[in-house]
Design a protein. Structure first.
Length: 283
């Protein structure tokens, strides 16, 4: 099942995981224990990278998954196959989360397929490195905010009437929100907005029994980095600046998304987890 409305697209984002020479590791590390049995999750940016790892892990734990992606049909089809190989069900929805209309359609298609929504993972994002703030065009600035933060608002607005007590929203922020990034000014600004949105939305929904949390990954090897304009030299040393001296893999981040989505985190809302290779930040 796909959404065929024309997408807004620029550069080579979000990028094909299938085209990467060094493949990200998305494979869940442990047997499932039914922590998401009979749940339905929407995972944006679910075709590759962290989103694929989250979809695979959620499926292993018993969830049905709506995989939302922008343009990469091959990656989305592979993630759907991965979910089904775990014994679960999946649909792939081709949509631009920066469009309010498309976000409404994502929710409609998920309900048509599975009849309910229990978990929303706002993971889709884009970045465009620039050395100078004057290099950031108006179109780029608007587009980065449209995808990274407007899309979260649109999806939460669309899904809110269908969330019941016990539901969970997990947003993807970033270590750049906490330590800054001199070459990702617009991206890091959106991540700051996402963290504030997470804390504020938690306060707004906690009385309804709906938890809202976030994950702030450090440097993780996904298509976003080689396809997001990073130089060859930067890619060669990507992640080496962390205390652990290496980039993380998507399957090292996905367990944070699982924890926050399941009942193990029943007493947590408005919080951020930090799988970042040992970088100490102020929470």
């Amino acid at each position: 099942m796909t959404d065929t409305v024309e997408m807004i697209h620029e550069d080579s984002l979000p990028g094909h995981e299938s085209a990467l020479e060094r493949k990200p590791d998305w494979t869940p590390r442990y047997p499932g224990s039914n922590r998401l049995k009979d749940k339905v999750a929407i995972v944006t940016g679910g075709d590759s990278g962290i989103g694929r790892a989250v979809a695979a892990l959620y499926a292993r734990e018993g969830a049905k998954v709506a995989i939302v992606y922008l343009l990469e049909d091959d990656d989305a089809a592979e993630t759907k196959r991965i979910v089904e190989a775990e014994g679960s069900e999946a649909i792939a929805i081709r949509a631009d989360v920066g469009s309010k209309k498309m976000c409404e359609r994502i929710v409609e298609q998920t309900l048509e397929a599975f009849g309910r929504i229990d978990i929303l993972v706002n993971n889709a994002g884009e970045q465009h490195p620039d050395a100078e703030i004057t290099d950031i065009t108006e179109d780029q600035l608007r587009r980065t905010f449209q995808t990274n933060i407007f899309g979260m608002f649109f999806l939460v607005q669309a899904v809110r009437p269908h969330l019941k007590a016990g539901a969970s929203i997990v947003n993807c922020t970033s270590v750049t929100m906490y330590k800054g990034s001199k070459n990702l000014l617009d991206y890091s600004a959106t991540k700051g907005a996402i963290t504030a949105f997470t804390r504020s939305l938690s306060e707004n929904l906690v009385g309804e029994g709906i938890r809202v949390n976030a994950v702030a990954p450090g440097p993780i090897w996904t298509p976003l980095n080689p396809c997001g304009g990073a130089s060859k030299e930067k890619l060669e040393h990507f992640g080496e600046g962390t205390p652990m001296g290496r980039p993380g893999q998507p399957n090292e981040v996905a367990p944070s998304f699982l924890f926050l989505a399941c009942d193990d985190a029943s007493y947590m809302s408005g919080q951020v987890l930090h799988p970042n290779g040992g970088i100490v930040v102020n929470a």
